[in-house]
Design a protein around this ligand. Structure first.
Ligand SMILES: NC(=O)C1=CN([C@@H]2O[C@H](COP(=O)(O)OP(=O)(O)OC[C@H]3O[C@@H](n4cnc5c(N)ncnc54)[C@H](OP(=O)(O)O)[C@@H]3O)[C@@H](O)[C@H]2O)C=CC1
Ligand SMILES: Nc1nc2c(c(=O)[nH]1)N=C([C@H](O)[C@@H](O)CO)CN2
Length: 236
């Protein structure tokens, strides 16, 4: 039995929420493997801190399977898998089906295949967790991000199925955020309108998701659950 702790895998951790969670886990001395699609400034910092950074594009089955093979060449065990990689795409006029397929690949096919192919790596660790990062928008859908919302709803359902399949050795949960971080290009009007959608009316920052991740990793009696981290949007 290896003395060093098994690594945690976070997908899409080169920026924003995934990057923040990666930094916090490294702060705790947690070995880390992260995936990235495009080279970004934060990756150099994660590498400096000892994280293994693996390129991965989950837009199609071939890219997902290629990542799984690459991952298994680097480790034979995992403490947890955090499925964070995501694209926030609205309907693309004239390319609706391509966008739909892309979103379902990133948000559903990638977690599905990675979970199935990497369950054995998780079962070599105790405790072991899978965390799916979803979206609170699945509560009511979205008229401007139809395929995105549907694919995130499917991801939420994977939480239930994998929690049943992998118990008791692996806990499987989700986190459903609403606004966590604006994008730099979001204008004042959009920001004001978005903040008004929740009871708490704040942009909490990535720590709001990390605290949910920490809770799920630490709690031995939670599985098949999706944590809502939405500032009380459901109350408005
Ligand atoms: N930010 C927010 O307010 C909210 C976020 N969420 C969810 O939280 C999670 C993190 O959000 P956020 O940090 O804003 O996410 P980002 O939009 O920054 O995306 C995270 C990463 O996913 C990667 N990614 C996108 N497409 C692919 C792909 N085809 N294959 C592999 N990687 C890919 C991106 O890589 P690249 O760097 O190449 O673009 C990006 O770095 C997401 O699942 C998101 O849906 C939910 C609600 C609100
Ligand atoms: N992959 C992403 N998903 C989402 C993002 C994002 O930036 N990347 N942002 C949101 C918004 O914050 C929305 O919740 C409110 O405007 C949703 N999903």
């Amino acid at each position: 039995m290896s003395a060093s702790p098994a690594p945690i895998l976070i997908t899409g951790a080169s920026q924003r929420i995934g990057f923040y969670c990666a930094e916090r886990l490294l702060d705790e001395g947690q070995p880390l493997i992260v995936t990235f699609r495009r080279e970004r400034p934060g990756l150099a910092r994660l590498r400096e801190r000892g994280a293994l950074t693996l390129p991965a594009d989950f837009a199609d089955e071939a890219g997902i399977l290629a990542f799984i093979e690459q991952l298994k060449a680097h480790t034979d065990r995992l403490r947890a898998i955090v499925h964070n990689a995501s694209e926030w795409l609205s309907e693309t006029p004239g390319a609706e089906a391509r966008t739909f397929q892309r979103l379902f690949n990133v948000h559903m096919l990638a977690p599905y295949l990675i979970n199935l192919h990497c369950a054995e790596l998780l079962e070599r660790s105790s405790p072991a967790d899978i965390v799916h990062i979803g979206d609170d928008v699945t509560r009511k859908g979205s008229d401007r991000h139809i395929a995105y919302s549907a694919s995130k709803a499917g991801l939420e359902n994977l939480t239930l199925s994998f929690a049943a399949r992998l118990a008791p050795r692996v806990k499987v949960n989700g986190i459903a955020p609403a606004l966590i971080l604006f994008k730099p290009e979001d204008d004042a009007d959009y920001r004001a309108k978005t903040l008004a959608k929740s009871a708490l009316g704040i942009e909490p920052g990535a720590e709001a998701v990390y605290l949910g991740l920490r809770y799920l990793l630490d709690n031995p009696y939670v599985t098949g659950t999706t944590l809502t981290v939405n500032g009380g949007r459901h109350l408005k």
